[in-house]
Design a protein around this ligand. Structure first.
Ligand code: ZN
Length: 61
């Protein structure tokens, strides 16, 4: 089963709802995958307002 991207916070999950923001608005149509692990020094995490480590989609359609 493939991962889906939360259209709200872009978190990638295999669940039926986003574990981060509890949104059930998930999309299998996303582009770009970023794995954020160094939030302190990541420009991407700042741009995306990401607070947790994990896999995120860059674009969710
Ligand atoms: Zn979410």
């Amino acid at each position: 089963m493939s991962e889906k991207a939360c259209s709200n916070c872009h978190f990638l999950t295999k669940e039926n709802a986003c574990p981060k923001c509890k949104s059930s608005s998930l999309s299998e149509d996303y582009g770009g995958l970023v794995i954020l692990f160094d939030l302190e020094n990541s420009a991407i995490s700042k741009a995306m307002s990401v607070k947790d480590r994990g896999h995120y989609a860059l674009k969710v359609r």
